[in-house]
Design a protein around this ligand. Structure first.
Ligand SMILES: [Ca+2]
Length: 171
């Protein structure tokens, strides 16, 4: 009986991350779990990445290897744009103009790489980006566009700005 209970417990714990079900508050798509953080959760890029790796990872009850979201295909970019559009708070359209993605050039290579180690298979930089404006833009965002038209292109911005963010882990 004890062994059965242990087996069930381990199965449930594993299933929380490895089954086809994401924890409460997370959304399943493309084999991954995603969660949007906004409002009081606005953080600079470094703290957002740290949040995804630690606080957010606790949701699944298992080390889920959650990181700031990586985007490896146009399909994933489209999903995320839609997820962002339907998740953000509509109270102030000037807020939520951008959210952090896990693409940055703060690592040892000094070139853009995904914080979760995903290979660079896709990009959706806006025209003229990344432009490293004022020499201080090392972290990537997805943005809505000048007129909030939800274009979902990417921009590099100063990593110290506080923004909403999306965490992701592979099921
Ligand atoms: Ca820029």
């Amino acid at each position: 009986m004890g062994l059965l209970l242990i087996t069930v417990f381990v199965s449930v714990m594993l299933g929380a991350c490895q089954g086809q079900q994401c924890p409460h508050g997370w959304t399943f798509a493309l084999g991954n779990c995603y969660r949007w953080y906004n409002g009081p959760d606005r953080l600079n890029w470094y703290d957002a990445q740290n949040f995804c790796q630690h606080e957010a990872s606790q949701d699944c009850g298992w080390p889920c290897n959650s990181n700031l979201v990586s985007i490896v295909s146009g399909e994933e970019n489209s999903f995320l744009l839609d997820y962002w559009r339907t998740s953000r708070e509509p109270v102030d359209p000037s807020l939520g103009q951008h959210y952090w993605i896990g693409f940055s050039e703060i690592g040892l290579t000094l070139s853009f790489e995904w914080s979760d180690g995903s290979p660079i298979t896709y990009n959706n930089w806006d025209n003229g980006e990344p432009n490293d404006g004022s020499g201080v833009q090392f972290c990537g965002v997805m943005w809505k566009g000048v007129h909030n038209e939800d274009i979902g292109t990417w921009d590099d911005q100063p990593c110290t700005l506080e923004k909403p963010f999306i965490c992701k882990y592979r099921l």
